[in-house]
Design a protein. Structure first.
Length: 229
């Protein structure tokens, strides 16, 4: 619960806005607030113990991140993971992930690569027995590590789109053990290229990794259109 009251000064509100947004964001990431669900201000206000003004500002902040859509008089709705939205998001991911991998290889962080390798090891442990939630978390960890290794603040600014696609929309993408095994092999190749300091290869592999998901989503979209006709 957010226990602080809404003060009149802007300085007192800013931490409260950030804290409120952080709580709502994490509940979206963990599917406590599922995609498409409505977040009514009166309910959130009572649930979080925060007044309407900082709550409104927190929802606007989350709207800027693309996690919710605020509609006047109706409240905020967690963004829905339809195929068109996923495709748009993954098209951006292909560019961001490719750039991050190239920059990571160019910076060649020897010590920090241990975290990347560890994320891959955790991923492997989630496949047998299959633990989709744990897999999703380790998948997000791997890609977050790559973005951090880029040492580029503008690349790091794209972390919300990473979590949106790989965590919020994961159930829509229907991750399966066989696709997880393919992703783990691709992650290993990306990590190898980063460790070797091969920027062009790291970028190519990272882009191809995301583009494989784009191809799968396009196939599902085409299949759905054929079924509907």
């Amino acid at each position: 619960m957010v226990s602080r009251e809404d003060g009149g000064a802007a300085l007192s509100r800013v931490p409260l806005v950030d804290e409120t947004a952080s709580i709502i964001r994490e509940r979206i990431y963990t599917h406590r607030y599922p995609t498409g669900s409505w977040l009514r201000q009166e309910h959130l206000s009572a649930e979080l113990g925060v007044s309407r003004t900082p709550l409104r500002e927190a929802l606007r902040l989350l709207e800027q991140e693309g996690l919710v859509k605020v509609t006047a008089g109706q409240g905020a709705q967690v963004i829905t993971g339809d195929l068109d939205t996923l495709l748009d998001a993954y098209q951006l991911r292909a560019v961001v992930d490719g750039l991050a991998a190239r920059l990571a290889a160019e910076h060649n962080h020897g010590a920090h690569l241990r975290h990347l390798r560890r994320a891959i090891e955790v991923q492997r442990s989630t496949v047998d027995p299959w633990a989709p939630r744990d897999y999703t978390e380790s998948n997000v960890d791997f890609h977050e590590h790559v973005l951090h290794l880029s040492r580029n603040e503008f690349v790091l600014g794209q972390l919300p789109i990473l979590r949106m696609t790989a965590q919020v929309f994961a159930p829509v993408a229907l991750v399966r053990p066989e696709s997880a095994l393919r992703a783990i092999a691709e992650h290993t190749a990306i990590a190898d290229a980063i460790e070797a300091g091969d920027g062009p290869a790291a970028e190519r592999l990272a882009r191809a990794h995301i583009e494989a998901t784009i191809t799968e989503l396009e196939r599902k979209k085409k299949s759905a259109a054929e079924d509907a006709s």
